[in-house]
Design a protein around this ligand. Structure first.
Ligand code: DX5
Ligand code: ZN
Length: 216
């Protein structure tokens, strides 16, 4: 399977949201990645549901929602109301991760669990059979445009092994610092989904950049 590409809305030009979403709709990308922050779980705040309602109306690609907030289950209904394809919660933000994963699936969305750079892949041993997506952060979450943490490549390999041995069908998604070079290495290591914020939206030709990442 060719890797999926999910441009991250965080790096879009919000003054030109409509043309930016028209570009996304025309592009070869697979999902639109949406970062929601609360200023508590991460030291930044992005956008909330009133803005995302407008994004959801404009965007025809499936929405991949990444919640960088404490107690993300409190907003399950809001994420569902957006028509989201997937809901990714941080392992570090959920005391009862198993329950949250079941709730996401019962709500009809793909369940994604996300690991911060310092959280080991082994934290997933008892949940891997229940999830649809595992997302590895290749930067500390909260900001776009950060440098890729190379150890993420080892984590992709460890996760691929865990998925294969457990018989799980989970996709491996990587978020942060994805560019031509790191994207190539991530795909070689077994990554299924590349999230790219600044690489896409700050490129001279975002459509061409998406095509490049899609054909790595
Ligand atoms: C970071 C976000 C990422 C961010 C990636 O907290 O989760 O999705 O947009 O941005 P780049 O691709 O610029 O590292
Ligand atoms: Zn993200």
């Amino acid at each position: 399977m060719k890797q999926l590409v999910a441009p991250s809305l965080l790096s879009a030009d919000f003054g030109n949201l409509r043309p930016q979403m028209e570009m996304i709709n025309r592009s070869e990308c697979d999902w639109l990645h949406i970062d929601i922050m609360d200023g508590v779980f991460v030291p930044n705040i992005s956008f909330g549901f009133p803005v995302l309602k407008y994004v959801a109306e404009l965007c025809r690609k499936p929405l991949d929602v990444h919640l960088m907030i404490v107690q993300p289950e409190k907003f399950l209904n809001e994420v569902k109301a957006l028509g989201a394809y997937s809901m990714n919660v941080h392992v570090e933000a959920c005391t009862h991760l198993h329950r949250v994963v079941q709730q996401i699936k019962e709500a009809g969305m793909k369940a994604g669990v996300t690991l911060n750079p310092a959280t080991p892949v082994s934290a997933l041993v008892d949940i891997i059979g229940d999830v649809d997506i595992v997302m590895l952060m290749a930067v500390n979450p909260g900001f776009g445009g950060q440098k890729f943490i190379p150890h993420t490549l080892d984590k992709v390999c460890a996760l691929r092994k865990l998925i294969d041995e457990s018989g799980s069908g989970a996709l491996i998604e990587v978020d942060g610092g994805v560019n031509h070079d790191t994207g190539r290495r991530l795909v070689d290591a077994g990554t299924d989904v590349l999230v790219a914020g600044s690489a896409v939206f700050r490129a001279a030709d975002p459509l061409e950049e998406i095509r490049f990442l899609k054909n790595l």
